[in-house]
Design a protein around this ligand. Structure first.
Ligand code: ADP
Length: 315
């Protein structure tokens, strides 16, 4: 934590404003008040106890009074936390409803665009076809974003069900590479996959883990400038399988690295290049891997490249 962050933590009024709560409903402020009351009351009780030691009722009454005040404050704090939790639940629900509602118009739009492109309604000129391709591409991006938002809202509501199947991770990696083949070729990126021999099976939800591998592979290819190489390794590490993906892309600036797994994070060097992306892929990947009993991490050097990895328990 740097100095600026420490000061922002100490700015209780600012923190309360951030949550849209008044001072007397704000947990940070109430904890501060409680702390001050506890310190002051300990000193007063000590002083009074010293003076009126022959009359213990007064001390007992004082302690009772202070406890009542603290109880009232605690109940206000609990209610503020409930309000915050309710607001967070409503936000997740809102995102979930909006993304659900957006799904069908987007898929209708896709069918219409494809119908127009097919030329079955009317013949299309090459110029019109170009415009339709742009529409199709943007529609695809919106569908992907909506899909990611749906997964994020499921994760936040604790409603991301994970199936348990015995599978070879190698098969999933091969499928993911196959699906990315066209993107890699068109980006001038060569993918090398080097799995160790005779790797054991793992238990996981194949579709979710494939989503994670797809995200990591997509990033590795997307964030390479010009011609590049992506190396994928699969090896056994104790009771886990370790997947590693190394690229020689633009890397992640040192100062940005601690935010990488946060929602909507996109690093400063990427934003300058304005490549597509929502900043949700790695947040989703981390949630899925950790929920599957594994770990995820990376190392990266700006201008040199990045290596992302995850582990999953062997069956
Ligand atoms: P998205 O790729 O949609 O922006 P992600 O959550 O997958 O979202 O990645 C978050 C950010 O992390 C990216 O925007 C990029 O700045 C950085 N990043 C992820 N993977 C790489 C990589 N292989 N090389 C360089 N930067 C990366």
């Amino acid at each position: 934590m740097n100095l600026k962050e420490i000061f922002s933590q100490l700015n209780v009024a600012g923190q309360c404003r951030k949550y849209g709560l008044s001072l007397w409903q704000c947990p940070q402020f109430l904890f501060l008040v409680m702390g001050i009351i506890i310190i002051a009351s300990s000193l007063v009780t000590y002083a009074i106890g010293n003076r009126y030691i022959e009359n213990p009722e007064i001390v007992a009454l004082l302690v009772l009074l202070i406890t009542t005040v603290l109880l009232v404050i605690s109940s206000v704090i609990t209610r503020s936390f409930e309000r915050l939790a309710e607001a967070s639940r409503m936000k997740s629900e809102f995102v979930s409803i909006v993304s659900h509602q957006l799904r069908s118009p987007l898929s209708n739009l896709k069918w219409v665009i494809e119908l127009l492109m097919s030329g079955r309604i009317a013949s299309v000129t090459s110029k019109q076809l170009e415009y339709l391709k742009v529409l199709k591409e943007n529609n695809k991006r919106m569908e992907e974003l909506v899909q990611d938002l749906l997964i994020v809202s499921r994760i936040e509501q604790g409603r991301l069900p994970l199936k348990k199947e015995e599978i070879y991770l190698k098969d999933l990696v091969e499928k993911a590479i196959e699906e990315m083949d066209i993107f890699a070729r068109s980006s001038n990126v060569e993918i090398k996959f080097q799995p160790n021999e005779n790797l054991p099976k793992i238990i996981c939800d194949p579709s979710q883990i494939k989503l994670v591998i797809g995200n990591l592979l997509d990033n590795a290819i997307r964030y390479i400038k010009g011609k590049g190489k992506v190396k994928i390794k699969l090896e056994k590490e104790g009771r886990k399988l370790r997947f590693g993906i190394e690229d020689n892309g633009v890397g992640i600036p040192q100062g940005d690295q601690r935010y990488v797994f946060q929602r909507f994070f996109r690093s400063s060097n990427i934003l300058r290049q304005q490549t597509k992306g929502s900043g949700l892929g790695l947040y989703i990947a981390k949630s899925i891997i950790e929920k599957s009993g594994g770990k995820i991490g990376f190392k990266s050097q700006e201008g040199r490249g990045s290596t992302f990895w995850f582990t999953l328990p062997i069956k």
